[in-house]
Ligand binder design. Sequence first.
Ligand code: FAD
Length: 391
Amino acid sequence: MDFSIDERTRERLADAREWGRAAMRPAGLEADRLGAPLPVDHPYFAKALERGIGRTRWPGPAGRAAGDRPPASVVATLLLAEELAYWDRGVTIADPGPGLPETNVLAMGTEEQKERFLGPFLEPDRPRWACFGMTEPGAGSDAAAIRTHARRDGDGWILDGAKCFIGGASRADWLLVQATLDPAKGRAAQRAFFVERGTPGLGDFKIEKKMGLKAYESTSFTLRACRVPAANLLGGEERRESGGGFKTAMATFNAGRPIIAANAVGMGRAALDEARNFAREHDLLRDARTRDRLEAMARRIRMARLVCLRAGWLAERQRPNIVEASMAKALAAGVAQETTTLGMELLGAVAARGDHLIEKLYRDVKAMDIVEGTGQVQRVIIARSLVGLPR
Ligand SMILES: Cc1cc2nc3c(=O)[nH]c(=O)nc-3n(C[C@H](O)[C@H](O)[C@H](O)COP(=O)(O)OP(=O)(O)OC[C@H]3O[C@@H](n4cnc5c(N)ncnc54)[C@H](O)[C@@H]3O)c2cc1C
């Protein structure tokens, strides 16, 4: 395996480092201290837009180049995800852009839908967001159990249900909402619908309280007899019968796992640097217990990064990587929790005061074990695969 990077990736990483230090870290600390997401009119977002953040990967109707081209390789994408989360993972997710549902739309959307929903993200005139709503109060890990219901009504669809913990929901231009045509038919009956902001029946937005990652909003909302046009069914009319909605949603989560793992590695690395700086400043480096802790942090982070890059390396070669992606996510999220805990121990009472970056990282990393498939669920996938059971 070769994880070397080209000059362009090196430049992108250096650029991310500079942006992270100057803008992301301060914005993340500000949100954490206020205990609220960065408001949509926060100057951070205008600056992000100026840098080309918030654009779609979709090349546009004529295949014209989008401003912010994706990094050259999966390995480069993972290294970039690690670097950005090093500075602030919450701000990474708060960044404008089509976000999580972009992959679903690129995979399954009609050309008309790509133009309508991704088009505004080609050269955005203002920070714009989109979101993907799968989770419900009664359906988290078991995504097949969602109850949000869609029924055909003339030339449209009527949606009823409730979603929770959806990233960026109240500021999104459109929400890609996962719903079932028939709860008795499980995953085969799931479809996704574009619901535009302001659609009557979409409401009750409530920003959830979170222990960490406060820079971005995780929001619950309801759909009450919310009517969307037939053209808002992801994939168009042909998907009404043929389905594929559940599979595409799951494929999005599978593809995201190494990215979450890379984010966790970056957060662990930030904890290591903070702990090492603290030890240096307080003349603790001659203490063997301090060095033991730093060693344990560094060793675990290296291990997690290698497993994560291997998952990306396989994806790049279009080789099956579901088990590796699950291993990367399960391992890296755990490592990030262990390293921030070791950092908290090293700083002692200074960390416990609650105003040190280590303490923020300690709270921020927990979500890495929850989002896009919990640690337990990853371990179930790995274990079933080990004994030859279907995943
Ligand atoms: C910060 C944050 C951001 C999020 N963003 C989004 C978003 O943008 N869009 C979205 O749709 N959702 C989002 N979510 C929701 C997230 O996907 C769910 O929280 C996650 O799927 C877990 O669901 P749950 O919280 O209902 O826990 P549950 O599924 O109820 O699980 C509870 C516990 O049981 C364990 N468990 C469950 N099933 C099994 C099993 N089969 N075997 C072993 N153990 C099991 C879990 O690991 C967990 O420990 C977000 C959540 C958080 C915390």
